[in-house]
Design a protein around this ligand. Structure first.
Ligand SMILES: C[S@@+](CC[C@H](N)C(=O)[O-])C[C@H]1O[C@@H](n2cnc3c(N)ncnc32)[C@H](O)[C@@H]1O
Length: 234
């Protein structure tokens, strides 16, 4: 494919992702369903950050946890509706700068942020390019905290992936009292899932080994993995 065709295809899918998340944002209700992951991620944040960055902030639930230990947070999202909802829920946080932006097109200053976070977003972006950009934008001693979804490979991961379905239903039931999300939300996520693709964990590990020596990649429940990496302070 020529560069021109690749650019047109990716512009197309960016528009599809934006409209999917605009739709999902208007149906979203505050939920603590992902609290166990958030608690794990919060433990890895530096105790205080001057400047933090959240890539793909969504409705801003984790952004607010980041803001509680940062002087300033830049929070980016492609979806105008997500940013509107995030701002609505974050009125008491004057230190968050929410911006509608495509993180792939945004220039980040080098050696700048004390912490960069991205949750459930990187599978929409060119992963290796973003790892390099986030690495370069962190200041020495800064911390990268990522949570995303992966594609199961091999017998064990596929078995765990199947077991995750009942676990997911059980967790939803205890957190929200429902077996399934509301019909409109289900339809919106099903539509979105049609153009979602995920990397395998071995591919993620390979990229981290190449771009971020010492990064810790962990597998979590419900098809998720985390990357925690501290940039060498030299
Ligand atoms: C599944 S949501 C996760 C939101 C939030 N991080 C959370 O944990 O609730 C993924 C978010 O990434 C955003 N996103 C996708 N592609 C993006 C891009 N290129 N630049 C910025 N945000 C993007 C979407 O609009 C969406 O809000």
């Amino acid at each position: 494919m020529s560069d021109e065709v690749v650019r047109t295809v990716s512009k197309h899918s960016m528009q599809a992702i934006r409209s999917d998340f605009d739709r999902i944002a208007s149906l979203s209700k505050p939920s603590d369903r992902y609290r166990p992951y958030y608690d794990f991620l919060v433990k890895h944040l530096p105790s205080h950050c001057e400047r933090s960055l959240d890539i793909g902030c969504g409705t801003g639930l984790f952004t607010r946890a980041l803001a509680a230990r940062s002087t300033h947070v830049l929070a980016l999202d492609l979806s105008p509706n997500m940013i509107r909802v995030a701002k609505d829920h974050s009125r008491e946080f004057s230190n968050i700068d929410f911006q509608i932006a495509d993180a792939v097109e945004t220039e980040f200053p080098s050696d700048h942020f004390d912490c960069i976070v991205s949750i459930a977003t990187l599978h929409h972006l060119p992963m290796e390019k973003m790892l390099v950009r986030m690495r370069d934008a962190l200041r020495p001693g800064g911390v990268l905290v990522i949570l995303d979804l992966f594609q199961a490979e091999g017998l064990w991961e596929n078995f765990m992936g199947v077991m995750a379905f009942p676990a997911n239903i059980f967790l939803r039931l205890i957190k929200s009292g429902r077996l399934r999300p509301p019909r409109e939300m289900r339809a919106a996520w099903t539509e979105h899932g049609r153009h979602d693709t995920y990397l395998t964990l071995s591919r993620v590990r390979e990229m981290c080994a190449k771009r971020m020596t010492g990064a810790e990649v962990r597998r979590h429940l419900l098809w998720r993995y985390s990357i925690i990496w501290e940039k060498a302070d030299c």
